[in-house]
Design a protein around this ligand. Structure first.
Ligand code: NDP
Length: 242
């Protein structure tokens, strides 16, 4: 079977991506770190959509956990292949820089940037051997223009955009594409403390995005229709100029 691995698939944008990729015909691996109940709910939604899914708990920022879990998965699935990797797991720990704690800086970089590195390095081996694959990194408007109060998050996402460009050039000859999707404000747990009414006035389309709208773009980038797109960062933010 051909699998799609979605990190942080238990909630929000990751959940919508799991459901959409299942509709597209992939067996889905739903990764999560804490929230087993939400991950099980995503699995149910995938099954309701006619798909198949497996849960895989690991902390993307923990190298040993990533390697151990993915090795075990590969041992148990000798005939199967992860052809789509969506690096979606992410956290926000906002603070203005003068008050930012070491842990707030480190945790955000560890999850977004080191998480991308540990998971992608592991999954890439199969893609390069098969000469087929899609790596899709969920970045952010914050990594493109910078947002005050988010120097940690903006730095992590901007670095991930740089890694996307470099890796795309490195492995293009193996027919594996690497792209980034940069959402603006999307209605999820991550943004539930934000004042939507205040923020939506600066969004030309006048509203926050929905997780499904991000999933449609990921679905396109994962498909054969996107086979000549690589190294790109595609904004999906309701028209905010980037
Ligand atoms: P949510 O907070 O709703 O969900 C975060 C997901 O990431 C959860 O599934 C969570 O798992 C998982 N996760 C967090 N840390 C880890 C970890 N160390 N290892 C594995 N999984 C982890 O976030 P969103 O859906 O809003 O965001 C998804 C992605 O989109 C993130 O990368 C975010 O930065 C990005 N983004 C979001 C925007 C928005 O407006 N919402 C805008 C731009 C970008 P668990 O359930 O187990 O905690």
């Amino acid at each position: 079977m051909t699998y799609a691995l979605v990190t942080g698939g238990s909630r929000g944008i990751g959940r919508a991506i799991c459901i959409q990729l299942a509709r597209d015909g992939y067996a889905v691996i739903i990764n999560y770190v804490n929230n087993a109940e939400a991950a099980r709910q995503t699995k149910l939604l995938v099954e309701e959509a006619g798909g198949v899914a497996e849960l895989l708990k690991f902390d993307v920022s923990n190298k040993e956990e990533v390697d151990t879990c993915l090795e075990k998965w590969e041992d148990e699935h000798p005939e199967d292949f992860i052809s789509v990797l969506v690096n979606n797991a992410g956290i926000r720990q906002d603070a203005v820089m003068i008050f930012m704690q070491d842990s707030q800086w480190k945790d955000v970089i560890d999850t977004t940037l080191n998480g991308f590195f540990f998971v992608t390095r592991r999954v890439l081996k199969g893609m390069l051997t098969k000469r087929r694959g899609r790596v899709i990194n969920i970045v952010s408007l914050s990594g493109q223009k910078g947002l005050p109060g988010q120097t940690n998050y903006s730095a992590a996402k901007a670095a991930l955009i740089g890694a996307t460009k470099a890796l795309a050039q490195e492995i293009g000859a193996r027919k594996v594409t690497v792209n980034a999707v940069a959402p603006g404000y999307v209605e999820t747990d991550m943004t539930k403390d934000l004042d939507q009414n205040a923020l939506k006035s600066m969004i030309p389309l006048g509203r926050f995005g929905k997780p499904e709208e991000i999933a449609y773009l990921v679905s396109f980038l994962a498909s054969d229709k996107a086979s000549y797109i690589t190294g790109e960062t595609i904004s999906i933010n309701g028209g905010i100029y980037t």
